[in-house]
Design a protein around this ligand. Structure first.
Ligand SMILES: NC(=O)C1=CN([C@@H]2O[C@H](COP(=O)(O)OP(=O)(O)OC[C@H]3O[C@@H](n4cnc5c(N)ncnc54)[C@H](OP(=O)(O)O)[C@@H]3O)[C@@H](O)[C@H]2O)C=CC1
Ligand SMILES: O=C1O[C@H](COP(=O)(O)O)[C@@H](O)[C@H](O)[C@H]1O
Length: 387
């Protein structure tokens, strides 16, 4: 599973923008979700006898994923403790601006390559509120490559100027004190374009492809499609984007927003359907909580802090509570909560991700696969969740 986990370019998640603290208060009251767990803290917290009922192939040391895909093996690291390796990695991964730019350049051959980002569903709430502002933050930080183009794609009729106008209303310079922010915004907006089309139309995506090619100007073109649309049209959009607008000579990747189904079966079915058109490593399922600075810092706090690291155990911690609290009402989400539920909305994703980062063993490296493997163990050994 490709997972967006940011360790380098800090502002690549939309949540890194100072959040407007958006929290559901059911019936207009402050709403708090509490996840209590005292049975799932890492290694030293577990009773000595607990074993990991982890599905492993004894020869290959692989982890089987829900849909049958196989994650890469974890190689034992000799003569170097995972903790030391991770600590070194965490400390050295605090990136300088230059490193961030380097890491974000997407291609070593940067003069010859370009990245085209298409926000599918650009007329919608998430695009306006989070995605465009996050893209602007990346641009401001120098984390987008020299040659990049952003396209909004949706059914609504809009000109480029109308898209820019819409986007400009939600761009913000609120991270730290920004210099030349207005100038940067203008430069950014000039790189934003719009194409109107149906999500299930190969012709419309072929038109988009033509426009993308004009902007890419013959460079190696990497293409990213951000699916900011309701899940029932994910597959249509992926089918058409992959057949009519994927990159001929670069990578093509798709970011899928939650929800990834409403239960295990439907999530596996969604993955299976996506895989008709994409390989697993082209699919990025985003959990924006992993990009929150506080959440990112959790690993540093746990594994690199000499005071906390030895204390992070059941010997010293009796009870841990994750409290999700928002200071405003449902704000139009009532129907969604009635149908989908607050547990699916924030608990099985955001809060469980935090729980896993909090309770997992030291991963052998900061690679997404290694971190994921440790997270899986936390959930596999956990017997009870009470809310
Ligand atoms: N909004 C948020 O804060 C969050 C949203 N998400 C997820 O992100 C995705 C996008 O969310 P959001 O922007 O709020 O969604 P919207 O309901 O605003 O939909 C986005 C766009 O998709 C198109 N659309 C909406 N409904 C349909 C439909 N039935 N058939 C075809 N096209 C449709 C519309 O564009 P047009 O009519 O122009 O084609 C709309 O502007 C969803 O999967 C959502 O669950 C995840 C986390 C937070
Ligand atoms: O994904 C979601 O997250 C928000 C909370 O995230 P934040 O970054 O805005 O604090 C939550 O309010 C929303 O219901 C949920 O869909």
């Amino acid at each position: 599973m490709a997972t967006l986990y940011s360790t380098t370019c800090r502002s690549h998640s939309y949540s890194l923008l100072p959040s407007s603290s958006y929290s559901p208060s059911i019936n207009g009251q402050n709403h708090t979700q509490r996840l209590n767990f005292s049975s799932c803290i890492a290694k030293r917290v577990l009773p000595a006898k607990v074993s990991f009922p982890f599905r492993r192939n004894s020869h290959l040391n692989v982890v089987f994923m829900q849909d049958g895909a196989v994650a890469t093996p974890v190689n034992p690291v000799e003569n170097e403790s995972p903790f030391k390796k991770l600590k070194d990695g965490l400390l050295s991964s605090a990136p300088s601006t230059e490193e961030m730019k380097e890491a974000a350049s997407f291609d070593v051959n940067k003069d010859k390559s370009t990245v085209s980002i298409t926000v599918v569903g650009a007329s919608g709430d998430l695009a306006k509120k989070k995605i465009f502002p996050a893209l602007f933050a990346l641009y401001y930080e120098g984390c987008l490559p020299e040659h990049f183009t952003i396209f909004g794609y949706a059914r609504s009729k809009m000109t480029d100027a109308e898209l820019r106008n819409m986007v400009s209303k939600t761009l913000t310079c609120r991270i730290d004190k920004r210099e030349n922010c207005g100038e940067k915004m203008d430069e950014f907006l000039k790189r934003c374009f719009y194409h109107s089309g149906q999500y299930g139309s190969r012709e419309n995506f072929a038109e988009l492809d033509k426009k993308l090619k004009e902007h890419e100007g013959g460079r190696v073109s990497n293409r990213l499609f951000y699916l900011s649309i309701p899940p029932n049209i994910f597959i249509d959009a992926v089918k058409c984007a992959s057949s009519s607008a994927s990159s001929g000579i670069g990578w093509t990747r798709v970011i899928v927003e939650k929800p990834f189904g409403r239960d295990s079966g439907s999530s596996a079915a969604l993955t299976k359907a996506l895989k008709q058109y994409l390989d697993e490593d082209q699919i990025f399922r985003i959990d924006h909580y992993l990009g929150k600075e506080l959440v990112e810092n959790l690993s540093v706090l746990r594994f690199s802090n000499l005071i906390f690291e030895p204390l992070w155990s059941r010997q010293y911690i009796r009870n841990v509570q994750l409290i999700f609290s928002e200071d405003f009402g449902t704000e139009g989400r009532g129907g969604y909560f009635d149908n989908y539920g607050i547990i699916r909305d924030i608990m099985q994703n955001h809060l469980l991700q935090i729980l896993a980062l909090f309770a997992m063993e030291t991963p052998v490296s900061l690679d997404a696969e290694d971190i994921r493997n440790e997270k899986v163990k936390v959930f596999t050994i956990n017997e009870t969740f009470t809310t």
